[in-house]
Each structure stands twice: as structure tokens, then as C-alpha cells.
Design a protein around this ligand. Structure first.
Ligand code: APR
Ligand code: PHB
Length: 389
């Protein structure tokens, strides 16, 4: 089997890249180790920047997003028992759209299937070879049969635990990492959101976030210790802890109900450099991770895809130098989003070793932030997404 671009991973990065390439007449095959249902079962953030919406439009998969996505003109920060609104639209002229990553992935899967583009799910023992040459290939096992796919390029869209980054010789890659000393316990529930906008809460018991998927489905998080187990958290215990971290009038308005998903996620900042190794490119979570504060993960994955799409279109149009810009363009945007996600995480969470000085610094920064149009604008322009240059 032969194609132009072999895409490893059918998460949002792989599926969006596949769709954009196909629309530009560039053949691609997606190889995914899990089933489609498993991929759709993963619950992730759902705040889309305008640049992400633009790329989904260009991929031809934005109809349901426009019909069902919730445009948000602002976001709230809560501390000291008070809620403060950041007017995203007023400060930047831009808004974000709340639409779950699961729905983005479903729309991309449906479009890929409708276009009849080749996709292999449940591929075992996926391996990538020869990417130091112009003839890389991918191997996998499916139903006991071994397959090989030759390609011009391999796009490593296989997430943080994927095979692509792990296949790069250690001496050729530099890894930058920060692991945070806490996690997020998240609950998804079919209850109306407590507020029409997201609320990021700084509280002495720990961070909390009130988010949503729709007008009837909410997503809430509380900061938890890394050694906690989901099984230790009953729904009642979760709702009680969330309420303790909200102002009394907000807690009184919170509608609770049975959880339909509950999980604990660790928080990590991570960047691999460079993102290109010969004919292999790392894209999305395969190349970098941000902590979820600020909701940059999916948006960064989308901008990587945008840059790689641009590079590959250039290559096949006779301008091979376009591809040389992929890593530097993507990394310039990635590092800025890493900084924002790290800053917002540092500002909003309780750190075990902060001490009284650390607490006072956090509080002073929050007070300064909500009293300064300049500081709120800096937050807002990062939250709605920096331009893709
Ligand atoms: N072979 C084939 N597929 C693999 C392999 C492998 N060895 N390893 C992992 N995969 C698949 C995973 O099963 C998954 O479906 O690659 C896909 C990677 O998807 P994601 O982890 O969702 O990563 P990405 O598409 O880059 O999306 C980034 O996900 O984690 C969030 O915040 C992040 O929203 C961002 C988005
Ligand atoms: C979510 O809805 O899951 C979500 C929203 C915003 C974040 C993180 C997660 O910053």
C-alpha cells in the first residue's frame, strides 16, 4: 500500500489534518490503534479559538459547530468570594466558542467516512520506519495480518503516549517538561450550567472550574491531590467539594445530578524540540502538552495542523521550502501558549509549597489583574488565541 501522507492517530489532530489534506488533493491514510468508539469516549476540553473554528470551516466540518456551539463573549475569574468578568469581546474584539472536543472529533470522523477516505482502526503494534529517508513506511498488525504502508511523509498525530515521538533517536530530540503537584477531578453531568460563562475559581481549598458542553450538559472540575482515586469520590462528595469552593450565592444556584463521566487528569507542561525529523512530523499532543487551565490543548493541535497543511501544500505545489518552516512556526506559537497555560495554572491553583508569601503574591496578582484593563487585555488576548503567523 502507498500514500502521500501516513497519519498516525485518529484524534482531532490526525483527523483534521487528513480532512484538510484530502480537500487539497493530497492522499492520506489514518492509522489508529483504538476503535472509533474508544476515541469518542475520551472527554476533553471544549473551548475553541476563532483560528480553530476557521480551520474546521476550511475542512468542511463546521456546520454542526455553527448550529450547536455556544459563542462566549466573556469568562469569569472568582477569588475572595467574588466573581469578576473578563470581557473577552470588549477587550479583544474576539470571542471563543464552547463546543466539546468529542463533538469536533465526531464531526471529523463522519466527514472522513462520508468522503470514503482510508482509515484503519484497531491497528496493533504500529511502527514507523525510515523517516531519515525520502521513503518512510509504517507497519501494523490487524486481525493477525501484518501490513505496510509506504508514504512520502509521516504525520505523528498519536498523542502524548504515541509511537512516533518514541521512535526518534534520543540524541535527536530535546524534551522540556514540568509536572504539577496536583490533578483535576472532572465530572460531566446532564444538568444546566451554573452560569452562562465559564468560571475559573481560586480558593484556599484548591482551584475549581465551572464549564459546560451545552445548555443542558455541564463539566465541572476541582483540584485534587495526585494520589487520589476516582473511586474515592462519590457524586455527593464531588458536588459538596465544588460548592465549598464557590461563593454562597453561586453554590446555591448549582444544579447537581448523577455524573455521566468522572475522571482524574494529571497536569503537565511539555514540549519536544524540534518537531520535524526528516520525513516525520510531530503534531498536537505528540509534540507538546499544556495543563488544561486556559483550554489551549485542542487549539494548539489545530494550529500545528494548519502549519503542516500549509507546508505540505507548498511541497506538493513545487515549493518544498514551505515544509522547512513547520517546526519553527508551530513552536513559536506553542511556546507562547505554554507560557499562558503555565501562568494561569500558577495563578489559580494551590501549590503545596507556596508558603504565605506565595499565597500573598497570587492574591496580589489577582487583585491587580481585575483592576487593570492592560492586565485583563493580556489575559483576554491569550484566552481568545494569539494570531497564527
Ligand atoms: N498507533 C496509532 N495510534 C495511536 C498510537 C499508536 N502507537 N498511540 C496513540 N494513538 C492514538 C490515540 O489512541 C489517539 O486516538 O493517537 C490519537 C491521539 O489523539 P489525542 O491524544 O487526542 O491527541 P491529538 O489528536 O494531538 O489531540 C490533541 O487532545 O489531549 C487533548 O488537550 C489535547 O485537546 C488536545 C487534543
Ligand atoms: C472543559 O470544558 O472541559 C474545560 C474548559 C476550560 C478549560 C479546561 C477544560 O480551561
Amino acid at each position: 500500500m502507498k500514500t502521500q501522507v501516513a497519519i498516525i492517530g485518529a484524534g482531532p489532530s490526525g483527523l483534521l489534518l487528513g480532512q484538510l489534506l484530502a480537500r487539497s488533493g493530497i492522499a492520506n491514510v489514518v492509522i489508529e490503534q483504538r476503535s472509533a468508539d474508544y476515541v469518542l469516549g475520551r472527554i476533553r476540553a471544549g473551548v475553541l479559538e476563532q483560528t480553530t473554528v476557521d480551520l474546521l470551516e476550511q475542512a468542511g466540518v463546521a456546520a454542526r459547530l455553527h448550529a450547536e456551539g455556544l459563542p462566549h463573549d466573556g469568562v469569569e475569574l472568582c477569588f475572595g468570594g467574588q466573581r469578576h468578568r473578563i470581557d473577552l469581546l470588549g477587550l479583544t474584539g474576539k470571542r471563543v466558542v464552547v463546543y466539546g472536543q468529542t463533538e469536533v472529533t465526531r464531526d471529523l470522523m463522519d466527514a472522513r467516512q462520508a468522503a470514503g477516505l482510508p482509515t484503519v482502526y484497531e491497528a496493533d503494534e504500529v511502527t514507523v520506519h525510515g523517516f531519515d529517508s525520502a521513503t518512510p513506511h509504517v507497519g501494523w498488525l490487524k486481525d493477525g495480518v501484518r501490513h505496510t504502508l509506504q508514504a512520502d511523509f509521516i504525520a505523528g498525530c498519536d498523542g502524548f503516549h504515541g509511537v512516533c515521538r518514541a521512535s526518534v533517536p534520543p540524541g535527536a530530540i530535546t524534551l522540556h517538561e514540568k509536572v504539577y503537584p496536583f490533578g483535576w477531578l472532572g465530572v460531566l453531568a446532564d444538568v444546566p450550567p451554573v452560569s452562562h460563562e465559564l468560571i475559573y475559581v481560586h480558593h484556599e481549598r484548591g482551584f475549581a472550574l465551572c464549564s459546560q458542553r451545552s445548555k443542558v450538559r455541564s463539566r465541572y472540575y476541582v483540584q485534587c491531590a495526585l494520589d487520589e482515586q476516582v473511586a474515592q469520590w462519590s457524586d455527593d462528595a464531588f458536588w459538596a467539594e465544588l460548592k465549598r469552593r464557590l461563593p454562597d450565592d453561586t453554590a446555591a444556584q448549582l444544579v447537581t445530578g448523577p455524573s455521566i463521566e468522572k475522571s482524574i487528569a494529571p497536569l503537565r507542561s511539555f514540549v519536544a524540540e524540534p518537531l520535524r525529523f526528516g520525513t516525520l512530523f510531530l503534531v498536537g499532543d505528540a509534540g507538546h502538552i499544556v495543563p488544561p487551565t486556559g483550554a489551549k490543548g485542542l487549539n494548539l493541535a489545530a494550529s500545528d495542523v494548519g502549519y503542516l497543511w500549509q507546508g505540505l501544500r507548498g511541497h506538493y505545489a513545487g515549493h518544498p521550502a514551505e515544509l522547512d518552516h513547520y517546526a519553527s512556526r508551530a513552536l513559536a506559537r506553542i511556546w507562547k501558549a505554554e507560557r499562558f497555560s503555565w501562568w494561569m495554572t500558577s495563578l489559580m491553583h494551590q501549590f503545596p509549597d507556596a508558603g504565605s508569601f506565595g499565597h500573598k503574591m497570587q492574591r496580589a496578582e489577582l487583585d491587580y489583574l481585575v483592576g487593570s484593563t492592560a492586565a485583563m487585555t493580556a489575559l483576554a488576548e491569550n484566552y481568545v488565541g494569539l494570531p497564527m503567523v
